[in-house]
Ligand binder design. Structure first.
Ligand code: NAI
Length: 247
């Protein structure tokens, strides 16, 4: 607690779910947190709840799949705060379908939000982080990066996240920048709430913990990777899945 005092953090997709809990945790740890989401109404409500305990929370509307929007948003962030120390790339969507029925829209929308967004956000911060010789980037991948029925688009995007993470770690490690990932298993959020009961049951059976995870259990691992406690961890992916068995 308190080890992020003085740090400026940006969390994408923070209006709800895992992103909201990451923002809450970074605030608790002392950071000033800029929260981004495409759903601004919800984001403002979340900011007011988070603000009750932390105060240092700044909501900004941003569609991370839109390069111009990302560019404008980060210009505004640098204009206000002068730096970004921590970037958490959390925004993500699913558009599940078996591959032989998948539409181009389903494919592109998932790749745009889950992977191409990281091209935009990382390009917005990395040059500055290299100059300031400090930065922590945490990218949210998924257990589905190993491949999952009905998730060709999502799995490809989340596997791409890991390739990008390892590459950025190698390219920027000499500048005191770490780039790591987390791979959540089945976590209780809106993303999973409408999954068919048999799918949830199967996922729980394959999870030695015997339950779905809580978003705060992902947030605590992200907070570790965003802090100097993980200063010699770079290019890694930590699975946060209750031991989910990849099949
Ligand atoms: P969620 O659906 O509850 O929240 C996602 C947030 O991202 C929402 O607030 C949404 O408005 C925002 N968002 C969507 N598109 C956006 C865009 N274009 N620009 C900005 N914000 C956008 O989902 P959840 O479960 O909190 O997921 C967070 C991350 O964790 C995602 O990357 C997801 O793929 C990943 N994940 C989730 C798992 C789960 O079981 N819930 C498992 C593995 C990974």
């Amino acid at each position: 607690m308190g080890n992020l005092v003085g740090k400026i953090a940006v969390v994408t997709g923070a209006a709800q779910g895992i992103g909201e809990k990451i923002a809450a945790r970074l605030l608790d740890d002392g950071a000033t947190v800029v929260i981004l989401d495409v759903n601004f109404e919800k984001l403002e409500r979340t900011a007011s709840v988070l603000g009750d305990s932390g105060e240092n929370v700044y909501p900004m509307k941003c569609n991370v799949a839109d390069s111009e929007d990302v560019s404008k948003t980060f210009s505004a962030i640098y204009g206000k705060f002068g730096k970004v120390d921590i970037l958490i790339n959390n925004a993500g969507i699913t558009r599940d379908s078996f591959f032989h029925k998948m539409t181009p829209e389903q494919w592109h929308s998932v790749l745009d939000v889950n992977l191409n967004s990281m091209f935009y956000t990382c390009q917005a911060v990395i040059p500055h982080m290299r100059t300031q010789q400090y930065g922590k980037i945490v990218n949210v991948s998924s257990s589905s990066s190993w491949g999952n029925l009905g998730q060709g688009n999502y799995s490809a995007s989340k596997a791409g996240v890991l390739g990008l993470t390892r590459t950025l770690a190698k390219e920027n490690g000499s500048k005191q920048i770490t780039v790591n990932a987390v791979a959540p298993g089945q976590i209780n959020t809106d993303m999973t709430k409408d999954l068919p009961d048999d799918v949830k049951k199967m996922a729980t059976m394959l999870t030695p913990a015997g339950r779905m995870g809580d978003p705060a259990e992902v947030a605590s691992v992200v907070a570790f990777l965003a802090s100097d406690d993980s200063s010699f961890v770079n290019g890694e992916c930590i699975s946060v899945s209750g031991g989910f068995l990849i099949v």
